[in-house]
Design a protein around this ligand. Structure first.
Ligand code: AR6
Length: 168
């Protein structure tokens, strides 16, 4: 049984075995939570991402997939990078968003991570409406078959925190 928690704050200040990054398929950085993680985590994370691109992901990491690197100077052992879908009004990409949470937890299980911190994947630059992002995130983690003992959703602002809280 996985305990689910919600906190409001900056995920780069969170302590967890694994911190999930809302990355993009290049794995080479961006804005939002990705930029914050790469800044505070120091150069080791980007260096590990570059190596992953060269060794395994020449075309980039696909949407809905997840891969781990060192967490550099963050208070965690690993960063799990996942690529959320860009929100679309024409196409239902909910399965891809759910896959981000499932795949991140699968990678966490492989690593032996017991505690995992997630941001609201896709709910920033990628435009996913917060209430729907929260619904998919919480339902997917609840339904996941995982050995992870504790999942903490780290929500950047009050509106996001409240949207996730409504899922309880
Ligand atoms: N801690 C916790 N949550 C944060 C933080 C933080 N430090 N900073 C932002 N958020 P976004 P996406 C929230 O845009 O929508 C990047 O350029 C933010 O308020 O980070 O998946 C990547 O490289 C929002 O609620 O991720 C991709 O190109 C949530 O995190 C693209 O953005 C996700 O917002 C991914 O876009």
């Amino acid at each position: 049984m996985t305990t689910i928690k919600f906190v409001q704050g900056d995920i780069t200040r969170q302590t967890a075995d694994a911190i999930v990054n809302a990355a993009n398929s290049s794995l080479l950085g961006g804005g939002g939570v990705d930029g914050a993680i790469l800044r505070r985590g120091g150069p080791a994370i980007l260096e590990a991402c570059r190596k992953l691109r060269a060794s395994h992901y020449g075309k980039g990491l696909r949407t809905g997939q997840a891969v781990a690197t060192t967490a550099g100077e963050l208070d965690a052992q690993w960063v799990i990078h996942t690529v959320g879908p860009v929100h679309s009004r024409e196409e239902d990409r909910s399965d891809q968003l759910a896959s981000c949470y499932r795949e991140s937890l699968r990678v966490a299980d492989e690593l032996g991570a017991r505690t995992v911190a997630f941001p609201a994947v896709s709910a920033g630059i990628y435009g996913w409406p917060m209430d729907d992002a929260a619904r998919i995130a919480v339902a997917t983690v609840r339904a996941a078959q995982t050995s992870v003992e504790e999942v903490t959703f780290v929500l950047f602002d009050e509106a996001a925190y409240e949207a996730f809280g409504r899922q309880l």
